[in-house]
Design a protein around this ligand. Structure first.
Ligand code: FES
Length: 126
């Protein structure tokens, strides 16, 4: 049985939701996924150096929903608004002088040509 967008499956005891076809992702180009109306329910998917990453789409600097439009390079994504730069794997700001706010990251897997993410909780911008 193949996985369809919107399906929920369990892997390693965690629930994952199918959000996008793998073939729709381009290397180093973000994809916006909306999982609800609220701003914090937006996530950004990336494929970089062959790996998948899923992070909150809301930049902690000025709470702009812009991360999916970010520039991807050297394992990081740079917000296009004021250029804060975050690690794709941990969401940490690489310039701690700008502050310690980080992007929330979500676990992501690929199955049957579909990308699935595990949402433990959504982080509201503060
Ligand atoms: S809103 Fe992202 S760097 Fe300012």
């Amino acid at each position: 049985m193949s996985v369809k967008i919107g399906d929920r499956i369990f892997e390693n005891g965690k629930e994952f939701i199918a959000v996008e076809f793998t073939s729709n992702l381009s290397e180093n180009k973000g994809t916006l996924i909306r999982l609800g109306e609220e701003i914090e329910k937006q996530v950004a998917l990336f494929r970089h150096q062959g790996k998948l990453f899923c992070l909150s789409n809301i930049c902690p600097h000025r709470h702009q929903p812009s991360i999916y439009r970010g520039y991807v390079e050297n394992g990081c994504v740079t917000c296009p608004e004021h250029f804060w730069t975050y690690r794709l794997d941990t969401g940490e700001n690489i310039n701690q002088k700008q502050g310690i706010k980080k992007l929330k990251t979500y676990e992501v897997i690929e199955k049957d040509g579909v990308i699935l993410i595990h949402i433990d909780y959504f982080e509201k911008p503060k």
